[in-house]
Design a binder for this molecule. Structure first.
Ligand code: SAM
Ligand code: DTB
Ligand code: SF4
Length: 334
């Protein structure tokens, strides 16, 4: 069974077909996305590239820099996360950073070439007192001429509006995985809690950044279902981070076998096809990827990365390595 309109079935089944129907009119099921995953690799890549070129400059990649503004000691039990207080990962906890520290990190990121600054906090969600501080951060980072993104966990009614009022451009809140697999990864908050936060963000007029993690032991159907869930949102997220699990010692997922690299590339291609007008971000996990694998991800339609030597608490490729990779591939920063 497929929720793809019958008028589109022909194109979906024809490897050379150009799918040019606006994304908002296409609705996906886990089964219809899984059919994409099952295409021969070259056909899947061709399909993804057609859509990518229809909507974006295929040689341009946007760069965002991350900063952990409050680290560790998180009450949630996300089984992938080094910052959860439920896991012993040896991470040093850190209170909320000062405004000066945040602005100075943002200035360095801007001077290195990042256009967006993403600030993350290891909270279940912010208190209203926390929010007053992060609003100052949003205002000050925007004053540097950068786009701003915050990822602070679940938002209560009114908090998204407060962030919008401060001028926040994007809010990152991932669904992380398929609704059917979610319960095996996190028990302290539900996927419905996450949808509520995403709706608050959308209704407040902030752009939505939402994606997930692969390589957590989920099957292909679950990867397809995660993408279908994102693509079926009334308005799909403007930004879709696809993270490859960074297996951190001390977390329950530390020994999870890595995903087949081609399956990772397929996930990117399926994200591009199901959300053709969204930025698809090749997110966590690049430190362990070869340049060749990253190039395949860009060919599959990834057009954004995290740029800077750290993600939140784990390593990201050195900026010099990324600069060399962009130069070798003729990629322009977007
Ligand atoms: N606490 C907030 C929340 O969970 O919404 C914001 C920060 S949280 C660290 C942001 C995202 O980072 C998670 O939703 C998850 O997708 C990603 N993440 C965390 N640990 C990861 C890991 N080990 N590998 C890949 N992605 C990870
Ligand atoms: C997202 O999807 N990935 C980023 C960002 N949004 C906040 C975080 C990745 C974190 C990887 C593990 C760490 O560095 O702690
Ligand atoms: Fe906390 Fe976010 Fe990590 Fe979950 S992913 S443990 S909510 S910091």
């Amino acid at each position: 069974m497929s929720a793809v309109p019958s008028s589109l079935q022909h194109e979906l089944n024809d490897p050379a077909g150009v799918v040019s129907v606006p994304a908002a009119k296409v609705r996906w099921t886990p089964a219809s996305v899984e059919q994409l995953f099952e295409l021969p690799f070259a056909d899947l890549m061709f399909r993804a590239q057609q859509l990518h070129r229809q909507h974006f400059d295929a040689n341009a990649v946007q760069r965002s820099t991350l900063l952990s503004i409050k680290t560790g000691g998180c009450p949630e039990d996300c089984s992938y996360c080094p910052q959860s207080a439920h896991h012993d990962t040896g991470l040093d906890k850190q209170a909320l950073l000062s405004l000066e520290d945040v602005v100075s990190a943002a200035r360095s990121a801007r001077d290195a070439g990042a256009t967006r600054f993403c600030m993350g906090a290891a909270w279940r969600g912010p208190t209203d007192r926390d929010l007053a501080h992060v609003k100052d951060m949003v205002r000050s980072v925007r004053a540097l001429g950068m786009e701003t993104c915050m990822t602070l966990g679940l938002l209560k009614p009114g908090q998204a509006e407060a962030l919008a009022e401060a001028g926040l451009d994007y809010y990152n809140h991932n669904i992380d995985t398929a609704p059917t697999f979610y319960g095996q990864i996190i028990s302290t908050r539900t996927i419905e809690d996450r949808f509520d936060t995403l709706e608050r963000v959308r209704n407040a007029g902030i752009k939505v950044c939402s994606g997930g993690i692969v390589g957590m032991g989920e099957d292909r159907r679950a990867r397809a279902a995660m993408l279908a869930t994102l693509a079926n949102m009334d308005t799909p997220p403007e930004s879709v981070p696809i993270n490859n699990l960074v297996p951190v010692p001390g977390t329950p997922l530390a020994d999870t076998p890595p995903i087949d690299p081609f399956e990772f590339v397929r996930t990117i291609a399926c994200a591009r096809i199901t959300m053709p007008t969204s930025h698809v971000r090749l997110s966590a996990g690049r430190e362990n990827m070869s340049d060749e694998l990253q190039a395949l991800c860009f060919l599959a339609g990834a057009n954004s990365i995290f740029y800077g030597d750290r993600l939140l608490t784990t390593d990201n490729p050195q900026t010099e390595r990324d600069d060399r990779l962009f130069a070798r591939l003729g990629i322009r920063p977007a």
